[in-house]
Design a protein around this ligand. Structure first.
Ligand code: ASP
Length: 595
């Protein structure tokens, strides 16, 4: 390692351009460039260096006869040394033009060079092939990769597009506290001890939900924030303990007003970040129809193979398994695979086995063939049943019908998953197709067997459908919410609702969720009080910045659109956070670690 580079003064020539921006039209100019050595080729006489900065790569040429001192520098330079050079932009000879590179028609003939900082040997290869653990540990190196540069800049442009749109619509950007108290969004809270209030804790917000509602009570009328949210949950793929939402709230909206804002903003984001014009408005689908047709509340509409409800086709059946199902008032759903998308017998057996082991569900399948239907259940189906199945699924012959029986609430999601797997198996998803949709009319409550009580499908501040208010005591599970999600290609990009703005109704909903009036007042008294002082009707939505950026970039993981993500175990491999803290610090906070 050369030891004369401990601290270099800046070079006497100015930095005039970014490497990646130079084009043929710059030929003849003298430029000053700074960048990292991405590659170095020593041809015995000439040395070529690919110099990289945030805009891209340009080729430098060092000629020992024309600039001996600079050539000596190039001779010392190694991967990721940070160099400053001065030289002339020169057209390459036709034979040496590199059409792959935006700067490939020119090169820089270097007159002067300086090493601004050497680099230790690289601990990882700076490309896609590098191990992700290493990429996260040496994130500052990984971030230099053009793909990461592009992803984070796409994210910036997407957020900029959102800001521009919302500013234009009269939304005011307001920051809300990070040190606050729990807001239920269905995850565990991150707690922060308060030194000055021993034994008390702040909770990091799972979202600014209550604060944005209170801002409406506070008269801001239209709010947004690029808000950091913290949720301590088991990190499944594409979840992070902290992430960013574009959080929006407005006074007095109908559902359609929130949707107009949401899709207008999405159009602005796609235009800014990718130059893509989205077709508005996005279609709408009610939750029940989404579940019935796609077995999912975030259906991927890029392909068909929709679910069919065969329950009534089997009314009065002699086939014992189905007869038992119908006797229990359960359902039979299925998927008809067209003749050109046929699974091999072995694949059908594997699918049946996985349904059995994972869900204790059976798979019944028949192939609609001539002269007779085939498959294990074919001989059990009467002529009438075959005719009804044919009609229900509009069969033309050559299809295989996959059927699953049981409670609709269990069967539909399982078939929804099979639908997605079949799409993957047969490559039915076009990567460049974008199918947005709004899903509406979610149930207000669902029953949680673990907690043995009703829980909110969205969150407890979501307004019930006014027509369903009468069901609150008699049949809460039948109530619908004024809630909506935005879905793109099977991914939920955002969701929101019209809120409860009435103290009494909020208390009654809390009660349904198992919160007594006393504990509701204790936990959410500030909200209930705010609702009691002329709170206007309000509603809003929040969108996941990482999800949206991921889809814009075609990235596979949200970690690739975050500068410093954490691992699945919520660890930052670069800094080592979370870390242990000294006993003194704990004592000051009045905390004793017991594990
Ligand atoms: N706070 C909700 C969430 O984080 C979004 C909303 O209802 O506006 O999902």
């Amino acid at each position: 390692m050369p030891n004369n580079h401990q601290f270099s003064p800046l070079p006497p020539w100015p930095r005039t351009d970014y490497c990646g921006n130079l084009r043929e039209s710059d030929a003849g100019r003298e430029v000053g460039l700074w960048g990292w050595v991405a590659a170095r080729r020593d041809h015995g006489g000439l040395i070529f260096i690919d110099l990289r900065d945030r805009e891209g790569i340009v080729q430098l040429v060092f000629n020992p006869e024309r600039a001996a001192a600079a050539h000596r520098i190039a001779d010392q330079a190694r991967a990721e040394y940070y160099l400053a050079v001065r030289g002339a932009v020169v057209r390459r000879t036709p034979a040496t033009i590199n059409a792959e590179l935006p700067t490939g028609a020119i090169e820089i003939v270097v007159a002067q060079a300086q090493i601004l900082n050497p680099s230790w040997p690289m601990p990882l290869q700076l490309d896609e092939s590098a191990d992700e653990q290493l990429r996260l540990k040496y994130r500052y190196l990984d971030l230099r990769r053009p793909a990461m540069q592009r992803n984070l800049r796409t994210r910036h442009q997407a957020v900029r597009g959102a800001r521009e749109f919302l500013d234009g619509q009269g939304f005011v950007e307001i920051e809300t506290p990070i040190l606050w108290r729990a807001t239920p969004e269905g995850a565990r809270d991150y707690l922060v001890p308060s030194r000055v209030n021993p034994g008390r804790f702040y909770a990091l917000p799972q979202s600014p939900q209550l604060l944005k509602q209170i801002l409406m009570v506070g008269g801001f009328d239209r709010y947004y924030q690029i808000a950091r949210c913290f949720r301590d949950e088991d990190l499944r793929a594409n979840r992070q303990p902290e992430f960013t939402q574009i959080d929006i709230e407005m006074t007095g909206p109908r559902i359609e007003d929130v949707m107009a804002i949401g899709q207008g903003m999405m159009a602005s984001m796609f235009r800014r970040a990718a130059g893509i014009e989205l077709e508005l408005p996005f279609p709408r689908l009610e939750y029940e129809e989404a579940m019935e047709r796609f077995g999912s509340d975030k259906p991927d509409l890029r392909f068909g193979i929709e679910l069919r409800n065969f329950t009534s086709a089997f009314a009065g059946t002699q086939f014992r398994i189905f007869a038992d199902v119908l006797a229990r008032n359960e359902s039979i759903y299925g998927i008809a695979m067209p003749p050109d998308l046929q699974l091999a017998r072995r694949e059908l057996d594997e699918l049946a086995e996985s349904l059995r082991s994972r869900y204790s569900m059976g798979l019944a399948w028949v192939r609609v063939a001539e002269p007779d239907w085939q498959g294990p259940i074919a001989r059990h189906l009467s002529a009438t049943e075959r005719a009804r199945v044919t009609e229900t699924a509009a069969l033309k012959g050559g299809e295989t019908v996959l059927m699953v029986a049981g409670p609709a609430a269990n069967v539909r999601p399982v078939l929804g998953e099979i639908r997605l797997n079949l799409a993957a198996r047969f490559n039915l998803r076009k990567a460049d197709e974008r199918r947005f949709l709004w899903v509406t009319d979610f149930p207000l409550f669902e029953y949680s067997p673990e907690e043995r009580r009703l829980v909110s499908v969205n969150h407890p501040f979501t307004a019930p459908h006014p027509e369903d208010l009468g069901l609150l005591d008699s049949d809460p599970l039948a109530m619908h919410a004024l809630a909506y999600d935005l879905v793109l290609n099977g991914e939920e990009l955002g969701g929101g609702s019209i809120r409860i703005h009435n103290r009494e109704l909020q208390l009654r909903v809390f009660e349904k969720l198992g919160l007594t009036r006393e504990s509701a007042t204790e936990k959410f008294g500030f909200l209930l009080d705010a609702l009691s002082y002329g709170a206007p009707p309000h509603g809003g939505i929040a969108f996941g910045v990482e999800r949206i950026t991921m889809l814009l970039c075609g990235a596979d993981s949200i970690r690739d659109v975050m500068a410093f993500p954490k691992t699945q175990k919520a660890v930052d491999l670069m800094s080592g956070a979370p870390s242990e803290v000294g006993i003194e610090q704990l004592r000051e906070l009045g905390i004793k670690v017991i594990t």
